[in-house]
Design a protein around this ligand. Structure first.
Ligand code: AMP
Length: 414
């Protein structure tokens, strides 16, 4: 026997029993987002590597070690998308969307790829749903983005949710803060993990994410960004919070919230679930006012988020869903008459299935029970049909296949 081939590490098959929950989640997301004026966009699965190098940032874990990058046969460096925002911004620029009424509000759903250590809730291919509002600096855009993700997660039943919000300020505030933080880290360098110590110059903020005990101790006494926000940034943030209060969104201000991407300014947020273990973030996002200019577009502010489908489902977020009903189950052997009967039944809008396994009548009824089919039909030797109502118990004889469809359509509750 040949060796069995398995799916690559960190990928998952989505099996038929799981697809209904995903479809219901997608439907709910569409309702929540489209009723707020967000329109669906699809971008390619792969992009020029440079888009992510510039858009996500050279100093991030994603660009440094998590991208699936390859050269195509034409010698171009391409990358499987690790996140959605950079591509949506690219599309905004490429299609001249700055000429549309602003902000342009877009949402997406699809697979993303990161070479991460695979574990529960962390995969190398995972699905994200995301929303981006491009072209407005208004704090209401930030508050609405947070409100929409909170609404979606609550609506689909994700349990144990906490909304964490912070402001990173703009670059000016951040430069001053960065210097203060670097000084603090250098002063306590001997207590830091090697990784954090090596990144003091490149990305000191990520030290807040470390779970190394010595580093955590140092970070407990670190200066906080909120004390460095200038008046405009502080005002912007307090307006975001006031709007969340007005909409009744419960949140925690988390001054050490650091997102893993370089492009954020001002508002950042994450939504966590107590149902999940170490990987407790269901989704997160923030404002990225420099990103579009960074990838060669006109300076345009933006705000968005992404949430992981698998993690939402792990947190219990599966809206109620039902399999479509089977109205008619037709016994074999399958000849032209049986085949035409199910085709006609479906054309009439019924759910109809053929027995394709050559079952005995007993087996046909067993399978019909598994499918919870309403009616079972079989042909008599003289070409007439028997139609059994599995709920009412009634059995009638129909002169031909056409009459079977008519009788099912007449049936109670159909
Ligand atoms: P991020 O932009 O990295 O914060 O990702 C947003 C959301 O996508 C996270 O909160 C997760 O729910 C989900 N996500 C990110 N990376 C992964 C992964 N490797 N596996 C599963 N879900 C992920």
């Amino acid at each position: 026997m040949s060796e069995r081939i398995q799916a690559p590490r960190g990928t998952q098959d989505v099996l038929p029993e799981q697809t209904a929950a995903r479809a219901a989640l997608e439907a709910r997301a569409r309702e929540v987002l489209e009723s707020a004026g967000y329109q669906r966009i699809e971008t390619p699965i792969f992009e020029h590597t440079e888009l992510f190098q510039r858009g996500v940032g050279e100093s991030t874990d994603i660009v440094q070690k998590e991208m699936y990058t390859f050269d195509d046969a034409g010698g171009r460096s391409l990358t499987l998308r690790p996140e959605g925002t950079a591509a949506v911004c690219r599309a905004y620029v490429e299609h001249g969307m700055h000429k549309l009424a602003q902000p342009v509000k877009l949402w997406y759903l699809g697979p993303f790829f990161r070479y991460e250590r695979a574990q529960a809730g962390r995969y190398r291919q995972f699905w994200q749903i995301g929303a981006e509002a491009l072209g407005s600096e208004d704090p209401a855009v930030d508050a609405e983005a947070i409100l929409l993700l909170t609404t979606l997660l609550t609506d689909v039943g994700a349990r144990g949710i906490t909304v964490k919000v912070s402001s990173l300020g703009r670059l000016e505030s951040r430069a001053e803060y960065r210097a203060a933080l670097q000084e603090h880290l250098r002063r306590h360098a001997d207590k830091l993990s090697e990784e954090v110590r090596n990144r003091i110059d490149l990305n000191p903020l990520r030290a807040f994410d470390s779970d190394h005990p010595g580093t955590r101790e140092v970070m407990a006494g670190a200066p906080l960004l909120r004390d460095f926000l200038d008046a405009e940034d502080a005002q912007h943030f307090s307006e975001v919070l006031a709007l969340l209060d007005a909409a009744g969104v419960a949140y925690e201000v988390e001054p050490t919230l650091v997102r893993g991407l370089d492009y954020y300014v001002r508002t950042v947020f994450e939504i966590h679930s107590s149902e999940l273990g170490a990987q407790s973030a269901l989704g997160g996002g923030g404002r990225y006012d420099r990103l579009i200019a960074e990838i060669g577009g006109p300076p345009t502010p933006g705000m968005g988020w992404a949430a992981g489908i698998e993690r939402i489902l792990l947190a219990g977020g599966a809206p109620p869903h039902a399999a479509p009903p089977v109205d008619l189950y037709v016994a074999g052997p399958v000849g032209p008459t049986q085949f035409r009967l199910v085709a006609d039944a479906r054309r009439a809008g019924l759910g109809a299935q053929l027995d394709l396994a050559g079952r005995s009548m007993k087996g046909v009824f067993k399978q019909a029970a598994r499918l919870d089919a309403r009616y079972v039909a079989w042909m008599n030797e003289d070409g007439s049909w028997e139609l059994k109502d599995r709920q009412g118990g009634e059995q009638i004889t129909a002169p031909d296949a056409d009459a079977v469809v008519r009788d099912v359509l007449r049936g109670p509750g159909l």
